[in-house]
Ligand binder design. Structure first.
Ligand SMILES: NC(=O)c1ccc[n+]([C@@H]2O[C@H](COP(=O)([O-])OP(=O)(O)OC[C@H]3O[C@@H](n4cnc5c(N)ncnc54)[C@H](OP(=O)(O)O)[C@@H]3O)[C@@H](O)[C@H]2O)c1
Length: 235
C-alpha cells in the first residue's frame, strides 16, 4: 500500500513499455493499461511484480473508471497518470479512411481526455497528482501526412495547456512531452514506414529517462512542455 502508484496507458510496447520497466525498477507500482493481453503478460514477465496489468481500451471510459476505482480501493492512491496510448498513420489526408481518422482522434485525443477527466476527482480531493502526456512534435507544428495525427496531438497539447492552469490551484502538475521519432514497434508494425534511418532516432529508454526525471522533481517547479527530437530532425 505504501508504494507510489503510476497509471500508464499504452504500456505494453515501445515508449510505454520502456517507461513501465524504468519506473517499476525504481520502485513505483506501475498499473499498466493496454488492449493486448499477450503483450501485457510479456511486460509483467520482463518487469516483475511491480507491474500490474490491466486489459482495457482507452476509448472505453466505463472500463477505465472501473480500473481507477479498483486501484484506488485495493492498491492505494494513484499519484501519477501517464497518457501514452496512441496509434499512428502517415498518409496523405485525401487517402485516409474516415474510420481511421475517427480511430486516431478517439485513441490519441479522446482516450487522453477520458483518462484525465476520470483521474481528476481523486487528484483534486487530495490536492496532489501528476499528469504526463506523451504527445508528439506533431502537436507543436504541422507535419505533412500527419493531418489527423497532428490534429489529435495538437489537441493533447491544447488540453494540457488549459488544464494545467485549471488544476494549478489544486497542486496538480501537468507536463506534456512532445517527442520526434523514437524507435518503437509503431514504425515496425502494419503499413507504417519510417522514411529515414531508425538507427539515428531516439530510443524509448530516453523518453523513459525523461519521465523518471520529471517524477523526481520538486512540485514547486512546473515543467509545462518538453519538445525533444533526434539530431537528424528539427521541429
Ligand atoms: N514512436 C515515435 O516515433 C513517437 C514519436 C512521438 C510520439 N509518439 C507517441 O508516443 C506514444 C507511444 O507510441 P509508441 O511509439 O510507443 O507506439 P507503439 O510501440 O505502437 O505502442 C503503442 C502502445 O499503445 C497501446 N494502445 C494502442 N491503442 C490503445 C488503446 N485504444 N487503448 C489502450 N492502449 C492502446 C498499444 O497496445 P495495444 O495495441 O495492445 O492496445 C501499445 O502498448 C503514442 O501516443 C505515440 O503517438 C511516438
Amino acid at each position: 500500500m505504501n508504494m507510489k502508484n503510476v497509471v500508464i496507458t499504452g504500456a505494453s510496447k515501445g515508449i510505454g513499455e520502456a517507461i513501465s520497466l524504468r519506473l517499476s525498477s525504481e520502485g513505483y507500482r506501475v498499473c499498466a493499461i493496454a488492449r493486448g493481453t499477450k503483450e501485457l503478460k510479456q511486460l509483467t514477465v520482463k518487469g516483475g511484480t511491480n507491474i500490474i496489468p490491466f486489459q482495457a481500451d482507452v476509448t472505453d471510459p466505463r472500463k477505465i473508471e472501473e480500473i481507477f476505482q479498483h486501484i484506488e480501493k485495493d492498491l492505494g492512491p494513484i499519484q501519477v497518470l501517464i497518457n501514452n496510448a496512441g496509434i499512428y498513420q502517415g498518409i496523405h489526408f485525401w487517402d485516409q479512411d474516415i474510420s481511421t481518422i475517427n480511430t486516431i482522434i478517439d485513441i490519441n485525443l479522446k482516450g487522453s481526455l477520458f483518462c484525465t477527466r476520470l483521474i481528476l476527482p481523486y487528484f483534486i480531493s487530495r490536492r496532489k497528482g501528476r499528469i504526463i502526456n506523451i504527445a508528439s512534435v506533431s502537436g507543436v507544428r504541422g507535419i505533412p501526412k500527419e493531418t489527423a495525427y497532428g490534429a489529435a496531438k495538437h489537441g493533447m497539447v491544447g488540453m494540457a495547456d488549459a488544464l494545467a492552469q485549471e488544476v494549478k490551484p489544486y497542486g496538480i502538475l501537468v507536463t506534456t512531452i512532445c517527442p520526434g521519432a523514437v524507435d518503437t514497434p509503431l514504425w515496425r508494425e502494419g503499413d507504417t514506414v519510417y522514411h529515414g534511418d531508425l538507427n539515428q532516432v531516439m530510443r524509448p529508454e530516453e523518453i523513459a529517462g525523461l519521465v523518471s526525471f520529471l517524477l523526481a522533481q520538486s512540485e514547486h517547479t512546473i515543467y509545462k512542455r518538453i519538445v525533444v527530437f533526434p539530431h537528424n530532425e528539427w521541429h
